[in-house]
Design a protein around this ligand. Structure first.
Ligand code: CP
Length: 330
């Protein structure tokens, strides 16, 4: 257990060791169970402030961070570019130095392709306060940690040899970033799971991310298998994480994206497909879900679905994260 995480940035999970990540998970288990039994934690971040900068919309991330700060005794301030001088071009360095002279943490959602992740690391170079990634174009570490925490709650801490399926699904509405699938393929092999990645032609992840994931898998003695067959992926799976993402490595041109997606409407989770997995298999999704396209309602609302647990656990994992990096001492 590494408890010396005070002021450590949380931008991508590869920046943290498995020991660091386990410390975070253990803290989340403790805070969740204590809060459920009426023990309050409003001393941990008393009089501390988190700045939450959103370049894009959010339901879960914003509200779980803001609620978490309330429960830890601190305060969260919602910022968006157009309500700050970022909208007039103030850079990451100046914004980071100034905000960290007032408060104790800066969390950022910036999914702009080729920009977001760089923006977070640029601010981290100059800001004294720790930077938290609330999703960028590369990683969504708080989501992946909440997902891992959820699996540990349901199946125990030892997830070795479990088959984790990360599958693309059809959705017509908008181009979703690669950060959720990439966050999962980085994290799950480090915690013992064999990952199967399924997607149609044109929907591959960033090659550098996949290389790093393969290196993690080799180190952990786990596997990453790629397929273009959704049924093959689902067969004998323990954990199913089917979600849509854009063909960002190929194009972000909307008409082309729509035409590519339209060829793959069969990539959808049905009850029949769920039966290919093991009987205890769970259906996971980070939400929002494109109901009726990504998956049928009977799956989303069915007994194997754990989507609401995942969403709830964002709160507990992020409270643990903030306690360790904003409330602890070196
Ligand atoms: N899963 C997730 O990050 O949800 P929001 O986009 O609502 O924050």
């Amino acid at each position: 257990m590494n408890t010396k995480l005070f002021q450590k940035d949380f931008i991508c999970t590869p920046d943290w060791t498995v020991e660091d990540l386990n410390t975070l998970l253990e803290m989340a288990f403790r805070l969740k169970s204590e809060f459920a039994t009426g023990q309050y934690h409003d001393h941990i971040l008393r009089a501390k402030t988190l700045y939450m900068l959103f370049f894009e919309e959010s339901t879960r991330t914003r509200n779980s961070f803001e609620t978490g700060m309330t429960q830890l005794g601190g305060h969260a301030i919602y910022l968006e570019p157009k309500a700050t001088q970022i909208g007039h071009g103030e850079n990451a360095k100046d914004t980071g130095i100034v905000l960290s002279s007032y408060g104790h943490g800066i969390s950022i959602r910036d999914c702009r392709t080729g920009i977001g992740n760089k923006y977070l690391y640029e601010m981290a170079k100059y800001a004294d306060a720790p930077i938290i990634n609330m999703q960028d174009d590369v990683d969504h570490p708080c989501q992946a940690m909440a997902d891992l925490f959820t699996l540990m709650e349901l199946f125990g801490r030892d997830l070795r040899k479990r088959k984790f399926v990360l599958s693309w699904t059809y959705a017509p509405k908008y181009v979703r970033p690669l950060s959720v699938p990439q966050s999962l393929i980085w994290l799950m092999p480090r915690f013992g799971m064999d990952v199967t990645l399924a997607y149609p032609e044109g929907y591959h992840l960033m090659p550098a991310v996949l290389d790093k994931a393969r290196a993690f898998a080799a180190e952990a003695g786990t596997t990453i298998t790629e397929t273009h067959d959704m049924d093959e992926a689902f067969r004998d799976a323990d954990f199913l994480y089917p979600k849509s993402w854009g063909p960002i490595m190929v194009t972000e041109d909307e008409p082309t994206v729509e035409a590519m997606a339209a060829k793959n409407t069969g990539w959808r989770v049905t009850q029949e497909r769920m039966k290919l997995a093991k009987p205890h298999a769970v259906y996971m999704h980070c939400m929002p879900i494109d109901r009726g396209h990504e998956a049928d309602g009977e799956v989303i609302d069915g007994p194997q679905s754990v989507i609401y647990k995942q969403a709830e656990n964002r709160l507990h994992v992020q409270k643990a994260l903030m306690s360790l990096i904003m409330g602890g001492r070196a």
